[in-house]
Design a protein around this ligand. Sequence first.
Ligand SMILES: Nc1ncnc2c1ncn2[C@@H]1O[C@H](COP(=O)(O)OP(=O)(O)O)[C@@H](O)[C@H]1O
Ligand SMILES: [Mg+2]
Length: 217
Amino acid sequence: MINLMHASKIYVNGVRALSGIDFAAEDGEFVSIIGASGSGKSTLVHLLGLLDTPSDGRYLLDGEDVSALRPRELAALRGRKIGFIFQHFHLIEGMSARDNVALPLLLQGVRREERLERADEALAAVGLSHRAGHRPAELSGGQQQRVAVARAIVTRPRVLLADEPTGNLDPAAAKDVLALLCELHRQGNTVVLITHDMAAAGRAERTLYLENGALLS
Ligand SMILES: Nc1ncnc2c1ncn2[C@@H]1O[C@H](COP(=O)(O)OP(=O)(O)O)[C@@H](O)[C@H]1O
Ligand SMILES: [Mg+2]
C-alpha cells in the first residue's frame, strides 16, 4: 500500500530532515514509528500523506507512482486515500463536531444530506453521537481527538496516518484514541502511528525507529 523508496527530504533552509528512507507498509498493516522530537517524524508523515514531496527518492502509494503528479492531482489522491490525525486536532472552532467531520466530504462535492448522514455515522463510530452539535471548545481534549478521528475516516480512506495522536491527551483519553486506531486496523485499514510513546507504539504489529532522519528496524 505504502512504498517509499530511498526518500530524502532537505528543506529549503538546508536542513536535512530525512535521509535514505525505505519504508513499506502492506495493505491492512498497523505499523508504528517511534522517534525523539526533531527526528523527522512529522516530515515523514507529510511525505506519506502527500502533503509534501521528497527531495529525492520515489513514492508508490497503492501501486501508483506519485512522484510525477501535480499538486492538484496529489490533493485529489490525498482526499481519496488518506486520513490524517494530528497531535493538535486541527478542528475548526466555529463549527459543530458534525460540520467538522463533514468538511472533507464538502471538499469532495458530496451533497449535503449524504454529508451529514456520513458525519453522523463517523461520530457514532467514535462514540460521540451525543456531542454532534457541540463545538470544539465545548469538548474535552479526548473528545476533540475522537472528532478528529471521525473526520479522518468519514471519507473512508484506506490509509490512516496519525502523527502523535495521543501527545496532548491524558492517559485515559490516550487509551480511547489508541483503542479506536486498533479497531480501525481490525476493520482492514492500513494504520501508521507516529509517536514517542513506547506503550502506544507497542499496540502496532511492528515498530520502526526514526533517528536523526534515518529509519532503523
Ligand atoms: N518546514 C520546515 N522547514 C525547515 N526545517 C524544518 C521544517 N519542518 C521541520 N524542519 C526541521 O526538520 C527536522 C525534523 O523535523 P520534524 O519532522 O518536525 O521532526 P519531529 O516531528 O520528529 O519532531 C528538524 O530539525 C526541524 O527543525
Ligand atoms: Mg512532529
